[in-house]
Design a protein around this ligand. Structure first.
Ligand SMILES: Nc1ncnc2c1ncn2[C@@H]1O[C@H](COP(=O)(O)OP(=O)(O)OP(=O)(O)O)[C@@H](O)[C@H]1O
Ligand SMILES: [Mg+2]
Length: 242
């Protein structure tokens, strides 16, 4: 069953068509990878789904409801959460407060104590236990990315959009991030992730969508994408294991 359906989504910035007539869907419980060269339109697609920008044309359905022109907070309340490629934390607030804010934003309302308790559990889940009293800005980049994931999870999403959460991580941290994505999926949350770390994309994705110049270039299971000549030419640059 489909959790997200995107039909003919297009957005223009002046003369540039950043996303052009893109169609795809995500099934409940699926992990879908979104890849493509720099400037392909991946983050713009996330901005469209999460309501940060409004499409020029096209439709986005979430659990069958049209969410195309809803505001970001309304889309979040319906069950779509995201992280940002360039982290957007409240840098002077503590790690704990950053997560608590997301809990307190939810409906039905929770008390401050409940929010604190739940936030501590989420920090533990993403491996940030022991950092809760630090100002968010003092976390290294890998920690800030984990905090963004905890904050997104605190909204209790059914669909999570992860934009390059592994960028800048070392191989050990990438391995941890892969495990973390698998654990999120085990909670029943559907995931769409943008990554340039191919080992991670190939490992966790059920299906991969390739964007190029704003258009969908290819779509398929990891091994089909890894051996797709066009995808190799425009993005992968060579064969990779799947
Ligand atoms: N708000 C905006 N105004 C004008 N142009 C924009 C805006 N947002 C994105 N673009 C342009 O749209 C295109 C797609 O950008 P986008 O950030 O979606 O690429 P991306 O696939 O996420 O790339 P990367 O892998 O580098 O993150 C780029 O040419 C970018 O400069
Ligand atoms: Mg991007």
């Amino acid at each position: 069953m489909r959790i997200l359906e995107v039909q003919g989504i297009t957005v223009r910035f002046g003369g540039l068509v950043a996303v052009s007539g893109v169609d795809f869907h995500i099934d409940h419980g699926e992990v879908v990878g979104l890849i493509g060269p720099n400037g392909a339109g991946k983050t713009t697609l996330f901005n469209l789904i999460s309501g940060a920008i409004t499409p020029s044309s096209g439709i986005i359905l979430f659990k069958g409801d049209n969410i195309t022109r809803l505001k970001p907070n309304e889309i979040c309340r319906r069950g779509i959460a995201r992280t940002f490629q360039l982290v957007k934390l409240f840098s002077d607030m503590t790690v704990l407060e950053n997560v608590m804010l997301s809990c307190l934003f939810r409906k039905p309302r929770v008390t401050k104590d409940e929010a604190a308790h739940e936030s501590m559990e989420l920090l533990d889940f993403v491996g940030l236990n022991g950092t809760e009293s630090l100002p968010a800005r003092e976390l290294p980049i890998g920690g800030q990315k984990r905090l963004e994931v905890a904050r997104a999870l605190a909204t209790k999403p059914e669909l999570l959009l992860l934009d390059e959460v592994m960028a800048g991580l070392n191989p050990a941290e990438v391995a941890e991030a892969i495990e973390s994505i698998k654990k999120i999926r085990e909670k029943g949350i559907s995931i769409m992730l943008v990554e340039h770390v191919m080992q991670a994309i190939m490992d966790v994705s059920d299906r991969i969508i390739v964007l190029h110049n704003g258009e969908k270039l290819a779509e398929g299971v990891p091994c089909d994408i890894a051996s797709n000549e066009t995808v190799i030419n425009v993005y992968l640059g060579g064969t990779i294991s799947c």
